[in-house]
Structures are given as structure tokens and as C-alpha cells.
Ligand binder design. Structure first.
Ligand SMILES: [Zn+2]
Ligand SMILES: [Zn+2]
Ligand SMILES: [Zn+2]
Length: 148
């Protein structure tokens, strides 16, 4: 898993590159995604912020981020809406990510496996495929540690 050095990242620039206006809340929100290692639900975002904010504002910012190729929805054990950062292949024009996800059945964390690419399947037995998900379930490294 990649951890980022916050000092070297211009979060305003990331927003601009994705066609988003630089509001102070959006900057804080994108920084949160870079600071947290994995994925975030709306409730986790609100818990991590040092100021009160209503859910509607958070959803609105997340929808803009998703629409412009910054983040994507990831599968979640509890069927919560949960997001993770996209890699550089996605832009404000199009999402091009096609990776699998790991789900920890102990802590409910979702991890992107960016080097596990899903094959392109457009049609199968007459079905037109418009969404393909591969989910691997198990125990994450942190949870394996806590069993010992
Ligand atoms: Zn994407
Ligand atoms: Zn875990
Ligand atoms: Zn992902």
C-alpha cells in the first residue's frame, strides 16, 4: 500500500487538474483521501474532520470528485457507500480504472488492488456487460497481526 508524503502534494493542483474548483472543503477532503491509507465512508469522513459539516455537503463534494475521476465507489462488506482514490489513469473526462478489490471480513476495510486488472468483457451469453466487479475476501495484514 502506498503512503503519500503530504508535503509534496499540491491538493489545489489536483483539483484543478480534474476540472474542479478549489474550495477549502474540497482541498481538505482530497487531502483526507491521500492521508488515509485505504477507503472512506461518509461517516468516516465526518469523524475525521475537525469541524462540523452536514452529510449533504459531503455527498455533494464526493459526487463531484467521482464524476471528475478523482475517486471511485468501492464494494463494502456492510453495503455502505465507500470511496477510494483513483490512480492517474482516470481523469475528469473518463474513469479508466479496472482493478479488483480486497475486502477484509474482520475490520470491513476495502483495499484497491491496482495491479490486479480485470479483463475486458463486453458481452457474455447474450448479456451486455456494463459493470464488472472482482472481489477477493479474507483477512487484511493488520487483522492477521492482531490474531497473533
Ligand atoms: Zn477511476
Ligand atoms: Zn482487516
Ligand atoms: Zn478501487
Amino acid at each position: 500500500m502506498k503512503l503519500f508524503d503530504k508535503k509534496n502534494i499540491d491538493f489545489g493542483m489536483i483539483l484543478t487538474q480534474h476540472g474542479l474548483s478549489k474550495t477549502s472543503f474540497r482541498k481538505i477532503l482530497i487531502e483526507l483521501f491521500y492521508t488515509k491509507k485505504y477507503s472512506l465512508s461518509v461517516d468516516e469522513i465526518i469523524t475525521n474532520l475537525s469541524f462540523p459539516i452536514d452529510k449533504v455537503s459531503v455527498y455533494r463534494a464526493l459526487n463531484a470528485f467521482e464524476k471528475n475521476g478523482l475517486i471511485h465507489k468501492v464494494p463494502d462488506m456492510a453495503n455502505l457507500i465507500r470511496y477510494a482514490l483513483c490512480q492517474s489513469e482516470c481523469s475528469f473526462e473518463k474513469h479508466l480504472h479496472n482493478h479488483a478489490h480486497l475486502l477484509c471480513s474482520n475490520c470491513n476495510e476495502t483495499y484497491c488492488i491496482n495491479d490486479f486488472k480485470i479483463p475486458v468483457v463486453n458481452e457474455c451469453k447474450g448479456f451486455i456487460i456494463d459493470n464488472l466487479k472482482i472481489i477477493l475476501e479474507g483477512s487484511c495484514v493488520d487483522c492477521q497481526q492482531s490474531y497473533k
